[in-house]
Design a protein around this ligand. Structure first.
Ligand code: 5AD
Ligand code: SF4
Length: 494
């Protein structure tokens, strides 16, 4: 597994300029920063932190590239297309920079994130317009790094000093924040020690480190008091969380979630992304016990073939996964399961692929992310024999996605007529419409007045679309008295 996106989006997530979440920007700020985010939710969170760190320097976020004095690409290295996208984006930025230069305006360019960590100096060699390359553990140093770059140095900072980064995040957590969007991310853990043989994360994000409980609680309380109703805890391997508790003991994710569920106003908790090996009883019991822990779980398995799981160094079998799913569904029968799948890992035969399809049929997912295996330099998979031809990968991916899409439609359709809570997050496409999230992480569109943004409302699901659900407010009821829905449909691992 990995962090969702990083762990998980097939395509780069679109630009995030964190403008809704600007905090502490100096009045009279004169400089503008444009941050484009690729990849995982942790990058989205990090982009917000970069914007925060730059605010006291007089930088204000902008979503207009041409207006930017500083451009930062926060990159993802999980699959090769992502890095290529960064290089072609740098080509486009070069043209904008040249255009600005004609009117005497400068533009600095920084590359952050996992491509920065993995490629280091190679980036400024390949794209000379880049002034600054900064790895994920060094964002707190952005102001001083920018100063050095302004003096003409080509700056490359890719040290792993994660404790310093977390300490800095902690200082930030203690400052007041302005109004925030109703759903937010909070990094609790970074890095990964699992070393799956296809994955760059242990190399780009480093070893597993967990933030102390007190730091996380402080940040979550600040978020709640600034209007956040739902927090998604992030980590490349979030359920391996093992942070220092206020009592001096090491706390796991289940215990952390129990503590966070006590915070007033934080009505919804989620976490992503998890490894099957780290799904312990306490965490499963937290799903059973905590009303605020949403009935959704992203639990990547990658393959349904024991041979491939072994070669991927996943350290569990398909039967281990089935048993785990049974335990989870024993605690929360109606949970929406999501996963990640890789097709065409070296040595994957038709039979191995069929095992993956069989696993998907038996588990029944509410949604899933799937990828063609891509050779990542420096990982063991890249040099394995029996690489699978591209055409075979494409055919398998299409077949797998068709099955997942059928399951997703069935899961969505099973919500029809249900009453559930929806956190209303923002205005919809049409006038008078708002968009929110169901407990199972599906987008829900409905007619509602704008003043309900940021509230949780009881909603009846009245129609099912291809990517979202349509609902109607249930008059006279603020919230349902259950976090899930009625009636609970049968949803058993097969
Ligand atoms: N090739 C294809 N997919 C990959 N992922 C990670 N590394 C690779 C790779 N080399 C996928 C995994 C992971 C998700 C975030 O990205 O499915 O869970
Ligand atoms: Fe997830 Fe494995 Fe990558 Fe760790 S090494 S982030 S467990 S895929």
């Amino acid at each position: 597994m990995t962090s969702r996106p990083e762990t998980e989006q097939e395509t780069a997530q679109s630009a995030v300029c964190a403008i809704e979440e600007k905090t502490e920007a100096k009045a009279g700020a004169t400089r503008k920063v444009f941050v484009r985010t690729y990849g995982c939710q942790m990058n989205v969170y990090d982009s917000e932190r970069m914007t925060d760190v730059l605010a006291p320097e007089g930088y204000q976020a902008t979503d207009d590239l041409e207006d930017a004095d500083l451009v930062i690409l926060n990159t993802c290295h999980i699959r090769e297309k992502a890095a290529e996208k960064v290089y072609s984006e740098l080509g486009r930025i070069r043209k904008v920079k040249e255009q600005r230069a004609k009117s005497g305006k400068d533009m600095m360019v920084g590359v952050a994130g996992c491509v920065a960590q993995a490629e280091g100096e190679e980036i400024s060699r390949r794209a000379p317009i880049v002034d600054l390359v900064v790895g994920p553990q060094s964002y707190h140093q952005l102001p001083s790094l920018l100063n050095r770059a302004r003096q003409g140095a080509k700056v490359v900072e890719t040290e792993f000093d994660i404790d310093a980064k977390f300490d800095h995040l902690s200082e930030r957590a203690e400052r007041p924040v302005q109004k925030r969007a109703p759903a937010a991310f909070l990094t609790v853990q970074e890095g990964c020690d699992k070393f799956c043989t296809f994955c760059v994360v242990p190399y780009t994000r480093g070893a597993e480190v967990s933030r102390p409980v007190a730091q996380i609680v402080t940040e979550a309380e600040r978020m709640a008091s600034s209007g956040v109703r739902e927090v998604t805890l992030l980590g490349q391997n979030v359920n391996a969380y093992h942070g220092q508790g206020p009592d001096g003991a090491t706390w796991g994710l289940g215990r952390l979630l129990r503590r966070l569920s006590e915070i007033d106003g934080l009505d919804r908790l989620r976490y992503t992304t998890s490894h099957p090996r780290d799904m312990d009883d306490d965490l499963i019991e937290a799903h059973r016990d905590l009303k605020s822990l949403m009935p959704y779980l992203h639990l990547p398995v990658q393959s349904g073939s024991d041979k491939i799981l072994k070669s991927m160094n996943r350290r569990h079998t398909r039967d281990d996964y089935f048993r785990l799913i049974d335990r989870i569904r024993g605690a929360v029968p109606d949970i929406a399961l999501s996963g990640d799948f890789i097709v065409g890992f070296p040595g994957e035969t038709d039979r191995d692929f069929e095992d993956t399809m069989d696993l998907i049929r038996r588990v029944g997912y509410g949604s899933a992310f799937s990828f063609k295996y891509s050779q990542r330099p420096g990982t063991p998979g890249a040099t394995m024999d029996d690489q699978v031809p591209e055409a075979v990968k494409s055919a398998r991916l299409a077949e797998l996605q068709a099955l997942v899409s059928e399951q997703q439609k069935a899961f969505n359709a099973s919500r029809l007529g249900m009453h559930c809570d929806v956190l209303l997050e923002k205005k919809g496409r049409n006038a008078g419409q708002l968009v929110g999230k169901s407990p199972w992480l599906q987008p829900v569109q409905l007619d509602a007045p704008e003043n309900l943004v940021g509230t949780i409302q009881a909603v009846e699901i009245v129609q099912i679309g291809s990517n979202s659900l349509f609902g109607r407010l249930i008059e006279g009821q603020d919230e349902t008295d259950f976090s899930g829905a009625i009636p609970a449909p049968a949803a058993q691992a097969g």
